[in-house]
Write a protein that binds this ligand. Structure first.
Ligand SMILES: *[C@@H]1O[C@H](CO)[C@@H](O)[C@H](O)[C@H]1NC(C)=O
Ligand SMILES: *[C@@H]1O[C@H](CO)[C@@H](O)[C@H](O)[C@H]1NC(C)=O
Ligand SMILES: *[C@@H]1O[C@H](CO)[C@@H](O)[C@H](O)[C@H]1NC(C)=O
Ligand SMILES: *[C@@H]1O[C@H](CO)[C@@H](O)[C@H](O)[C@H]1NC(C)=O
Ligand SMILES: *[C@@H]1O[C@H](CO)[C@@H](O)[C@H](O)[C@H]1NC(C)=O
Ligand SMILES: *[C@@H]1O[C@H](CO)[C@@H](O)[C@H](O)[C@H]1NC(C)=O
Ligand SMILES: *[C@@H]1O[C@H](CO)[C@@H](O)[C@H](O)[C@H]1NC(C)=O
Ligand SMILES: [Cu+2]
Length: 600
């Protein structure tokens, strides 16, 4: 199905080339060098000089879409979601409502190895909200029922109830998990997810994840109400949080996140944009970044002094601590061009970012480092020309003539409802029914989905090309995220796609799970129908998916039931939800609030 053009070890491994080439190859070999090497598999361990190896014959040349890893061990996490009132995380004084996992922000890091099975037991201890956890970018191969999307793959977890999620890690790298219930992750229900595996460049130390978000002093549910009405529009964030902390504009009680390094070593840092409405660009003073992933996909390493991340995207980077011992700024700039966002910190005069701290340097002084980098303020993600997948795959060019399907994206404003804004997919704002998840409907043999389910059919096992064409009157770029797949970006641009293959890339195009649809433009997304299920695709601006910017693919409907295994948890979950929130019910003492958005 996915034919590697760079043959990798699959084809060249048996050639008796220089058997004497050591496994501990430094500098890191190029793709071609990897392909030509005959390595001693038993010696191929993942250490600072051989990060391409993992274990056995699993390595960076293994196509994880084509070859699932052998099963590893099972790792189990127990997560409890509670609503709490806490002081503001940037030390600005005052407090606000949060919804936290095990009482912490960000939530606990879930960590497993490539091939392992992750089990997550979730308890909803919120007072008045449903919940559900989605593992962003995880392929969930043949486990659609564990994708964690209320109204699509499950009923929400009712207050006081529990739910177990279980999936195998067929990919490796960095991601995050978050609530997919309305805008709830904006109030704190999220955490990093790391799957250890090989890498496309060497490093000494893995520093773990660095989630970045904007920060509001008001709860996300309050901000969401404002964002839905164009008269007010989305509120301006008050600050940002990097790894859960930042200084604030008002006083100096907050603190910058510290990234701790020792002179002479190479560090891997896993950057995650976990925001609800903000595009970030990052740069380290005096420390160029070697970028090794685009979402879960390992890429041919490239070196840059600034890097862009749209919401939901991840980039793993390597920096070398080879400057004079001291403190250096990690600078973060915010996408503000074309009205894609703002932040109250921008006018504070304080540096937005974090501190790269060398062992031996002052632990109290802020950096005095300077930068020659002009930070971008665009609302886009990293250029696809920089993001070349390490395992090279071809997209069949006839995907353009056989299966391309347009998704028309527009918007509507309702003056009689206080200028309510809705985003429309082929004229329909998505609105899920929490009581009737579409997966359960399909498993029951029906396709009688509710209005505004926005279901698109993918029959058969071939390649599909979907293209989103935006002619919305409110012109904004949108970070589009697909569940259950990485998609191949054949092309994107402003204006209207003319339907021709001119300028499209079929030869190892960037593939990832989130990419930005340009303002008033188009994006062509190709992927094979190799994972039966009901898969959401949506804008990852939390306000926008809440306002209807979502659809779902019904992929190989007739094979879903036979391929996804145990679905016995769905009905009890729905029974619990129906008891808490009967279908069509008006607010009650138990659930005092209305559902007034898409539900996801
Ligand atoms: C690397 O992976 C490829 C594809 O999975 C495999 O054929 C090859 O034997 C592996 N090589 C080593 C040294 O592990
Ligand atoms: C939990 O949330 C409710 C409102 O939804 C609030 O009344 C209650 O005080 C919250 N509990 C805490 C500990 O913040
Ligand atoms: C969820 O809880 C928040 C905070 O208590 C509240 O503002 C919101 O209305 C609730 N949503 C629903 C649908 O109950
Ligand atoms: C972010 O914080 C976590 C928890 O304290 C820590 O383990 C991790 O190393 C930090 N990330 C970076 C890149 O420093
Ligand atoms: C420090 O490391 C970077 C990136 O690895 C490299 O480009 C640069 O030449 C090194 N600088 C010094 C002073 O060694
Ligand atoms: C769905 O839409 C149709 C056509 O607009 C309408 O007649 C019907 O009442 C709607 N059903 C529900 C449950 O809202
Ligand atoms: C998909 O297959 C079903 C039969 O399972 C058929 O009813 C439907 O029309 C097909 N849809 C498309 C878009 O090909
Ligand atoms: Cu959007």
């Amino acid at each position: 199905m996915l034919l590697p053009t760079i043959a990798g070890w699959l084809c060249f491994g048996s050639l008796a080339l220089a058997a004497s080439i050591p496994v501990h190859a430094d500098p890191f070999p190029t793709q071609d060098e990897w392909a030509k090497r005959q390595l001693d598999v038993s010696a191929c361990i993942n250490d600072p000089k051989s990060r391409a190896c993992f274990s056995g014959n699993l390595n960076i040349s293994t196509d994880f879409d084509a070859i699932p890893p052998p099963p590893g061990v099972t790792v189990t996490y127990n997560l409890e979601i509670t609503n709490v009132t806490r002081p503001n995380l940037d030390g600005s004084g005052g407090s606000r409502l949060f919804m936290l996992i095990n009482g912490q922000y960000p939530g606990p890091t879930i960590r497993a190895k490539w091939g392992d099975t992750v089990v997550v037991n979730v308890k909803n201890s919120l007072q008045y909200n449903g919940t559900g956890l989605h593992f962003h970018g995880v392929r969930q191969l043949n486990t659609n029922q564990n994708d964690g999307v209320p109204g699509i793959t499950e009923c929400p977890i009712a207050p006081g109830k529990t739910r177990q999620y279980k999936f195998q890690c067929t990919q490796f790298g960095t991601t995050w998990y978050h609530s997919h219930w309305s805008v709830q992750y904006g109030d704190g229900v999220l955490g990093p997810l790391i799957i250890d595996g090989p890498a496309s460049a060497n490093y000494d130390v893995d520093l773990g994840s660095l989630p970045m978000t904007e920060y509001y002093y008001i709860p996300a549910f309050t901000a969401n109400e404002q964002a839905q009405h164009t008269a007010s529009g989305p509120p301006t964030p008050d600050n940002i949080l990097i790894n859960g902390t930042h200084v604030n504009a008002k006083n100096d009680n907050g603190k910058y996140a510290k990234i701790n390094v020792v002179n002479g070593k190479k560090y891997r840092i896993r950057l995650i944009n976990s925001a609800v409405d903000t595009n970030f660009h990052v740069s380290f003073d005096g420390h160029p970044m070697t970028v090794i992933t685009a979402d879960f996909v390992p890429i041919v390493p490239f070196v840059t002094n600034q890097l862009s991340l749209a919401i939901g995207q991840r980039h793993d980077i390597i920096i070398t601590a080879n400057q004079t011992v001291g403190n250096y700024w990690m600078r973060v700039s915010i996408g503000t061009d074309g009205q894609c966002g703002s932040n109250a910190m921008l006018s504070s005069g304080k540096q937005i970012g974090a501190v790269l701290h060398y062992s031996g340097a002052s632990t109290t002084d802020n950096p005095t480092s300077t930068s020659t980098v002009t930070m971008r303020t665009t609302c886009d993600d990293e250029s696809t020309s920089n993001l070349v997948p390490f395992v090279s795959n071809q997209v069949p060019s006839n995907v353009v003539t056989t299966a391309n399907q347009e998704i028309k994206f527009t918007d509507a404003e309702y003056p009689d409802q206080d200028n309510l804004l809705r985003w429309l997919i082929d004229e329909s704002a998505q609105n899920v029914n929490w009581n009737e998840p579409t997966l359960r409907t399909v498993l029951g043999g029906s396709t009688n989905f509710g209005n505004n389910s926005n279901v698109y059919t993918m029959n058969g096992s071939g390649w599909f090309l979907w293209y989103i064409q935006s002619t919305a009157s409110v012109n904004l770029p949108h970070p589009m995220h697909l569940h259950g797949h990485d998609f191949y970006i054949l092309g994107r641009g402003s204006g209207t796609w003319d339907g021709s293959t001119a300028g499209l890339n079929f030869n190892n195009p960037t593939r990832r799970d989130t990419a930005v649809l340009p303002s008033a433009g188009y994006m062509l997304m190709a992927f094979p129908a190799d994972n039966p299920g009901m898969w959401l695709m949506h804008c990852h601006i939390a306000w926008h998916v809440s306002q209807g910017f979502g659809l779902q693919f019904m992929e190989r409907k007739d094979e879903i039931k036979g391929s996804i295994g145990d679905t016995s948890m769905i009905q009890p979950g729905c029974d619990d939800w129906d008891a808490y929130w009967p279908e069509g019910s008006k607010p009650t003492a138990a659930h005092p609030y209305e559902k007034d958005d898409s539900g996801i």
